[in-house]
Ligand binder design. Structure first.
Ligand code: NAD
Ligand code: UDP
Ligand code: UDP
Length: 349
């Protein structure tokens, strides 16, 4: 079936485009760092379904083997337990670099947060450097998953890619914001200095099945709380806003960006903006209308609002999210219910 050669839209270099496939496109070898995590595992599903070979690199800091276990035994799939802070030698066409200790609870509330922040820097700086060095050596293409957090507590609303951001360099969440800002800088330096083919995505709040259950993010918190019959914890007055994107829309955006001729950065997010109180209301309507709300103090430096301007991705990538919050939330409920049930059964044993 590997016969037809098709013009290779995406590649300028030798790294991409060696193996022709019969489905209108070459079969690629793809690395996904952080591929055992929430977003990464959904990306892996879609890349494998498209017919590509996928190597996941993950140290399981926040990811789980269960997220990719359904691919064990598939010859197109490989899982390497490895910390991207250490160098690695591989020969591939595309590298999606997602590895990052991303969950807020791990940097906001963890009692060993200096260590967590160190992990963050190591992964974002040394990990990104290693992946860029690898990409340079083999002439592949590299995609960085950056974040809307690079905009900090934004003074521009909605945020365009041209906005440089409003970040507190010494705040409690700075390790994440500044780590990703440095990763973006390194990515552009390797592009300009060494001609490495790069792509940068700035991801806005994303939710869906396989999110960490207790990672402290608002959607996973509310959904888990509603299922466990606990009150939904709204931080501050609940009038701060976020824009929530369903994970399949993000995966489509990441793949469109990797396949395109554009470097970015591109905002990938759903422009539908909600206050935390509105989100709590949608969760109640979806899971349990009798759920109560409990107000808790907010953390320092919490961004007041966040909403992507996605005109650039619409125009250049022909991409936009398709799934609204009301459509997407129900799609994660059974996954959360099953995992919470297993957790409870585990405790009973
Ligand atoms: P996640 O925590 O589920 O996934 C991150 C994965 O990286 C995990 O599997 C973790 O074990 C792995 N990892 C961490 N450090 C590593 C290291 N040093 N070496 C190897 N693997 C390592 O988080 P996610 O939500 O899937 O996020 C994926 C990417 O998208 C991250 O880069 C994150 O910053 C970015 N992002 C996510 C969101 C969101 O709302 N989910 C928003 C903005 C940006
Ligand atoms: N690197 C890697 N795999 C490779 C090539 C490089 O992990 O296949 C790492 C390498 O160990 C180095 C980093 O990427 O720490 C940056 O590599 P580069 O060649 O850009 O810089 P140099 O090695 O010259 O410092
Ligand atoms: N938040 C909340 N209750 C929770 C967890 C978070 O009200 O149980 C708020 C948090 O203060 C922030 C928003 O929800 O204003 C989004 O938080 P999250 O950590 O999910 O994402 P980020 O702040 O990184 O956008």
């Amino acid at each position: 079936h590997e016969s037809r050669t098709v013009p290779n839209r995406g590649s300028k270099k030798g790294g991409v485009g060696r193996v022709p496939v019969g489905v209108g496109r070459r079969r690629l070898r793809i690395v996904v760092t952080g591929g055992a995590g929430f977003v990464g595992s959904h990306l892996v599903d879609k890349l494998l379904a498209r017919g590509d070979d996928v190597i996941v690199i993950d140290n399981f800091f926040t990811g789980r083997k269960e997220n990719v276990m359904h691919h064990f035994g598939d010859p197109k799939f490989e899982l390497i337990r490895h910390d991207v802070v250490e160098p690695i030698l591989l020969e591939v066409d595309h590298i999606y670099h997602l590895a990052c200790p991303a969950s807020p609870v791990h940097y906001k509330y963890n009692p060993v947060k200096t260590i967590i922040s160190l992990l963050n820097y190591k992964t974002n700086v040394m990990g990104t450097l290693n992946m860029l060095g690898l990409t340079k050596r083999i002439g592949a293409r590299f995609l960085l998953t950056s974040t809307s957090e690079v905009y900090g507590d934004p003074l521009e609303h909605p945020q365009k890619e041209t906005y440089w951001g409003h970040v507190n360099p010494i705040g409690v969440r700075s390790c994440y914001d500044e780590g990703k800002r440095t990763a973006e800088t390194l990515t552009m330096d390797y592009h300009r200095g060494a001609g490495v083919e790069v792509r940068i995505a700035r991801i806005f709040n994303t939710y869906g099945p396989r999110m960490c259950l207790d990672d402290g993010r608002v959607v996973s918190n509310f959904v888990a709380q509603a299922i466990r019959k606990q009150p939904l914890t709204v931080y501050g007055d609940g009038n701060q806003t976020r824009s929530f994107q369903y994970v399949s829309d993000l995966v489509d955006g990441l793949m469109a960006l990797m396949g395109s001729e554009h470097i970015g950065p591109f905002n990938l997010g759903n422009p539908g903006e909600f206050t935390m109180l509105e989100l709590a209301q949608v969760v109640k309507e979806t899971i349990d209308t009798s759920a109560r709300i409990e107000f808790k103090p907010n953390t320092d430096d919490d961004p007041h609002k966040r909403k992507p301007d996605i005109s650039k991705a619409r125009e250049l990538l022909n991409w936009e999210p398709k799934i609204s919050l009301r459509e997407g939330l129900p799609l994660m409920v059974s996954d959360f219910q099953n995992r919470i049930l297993n957790e409870n059964e585990g405790k009973g044993n």
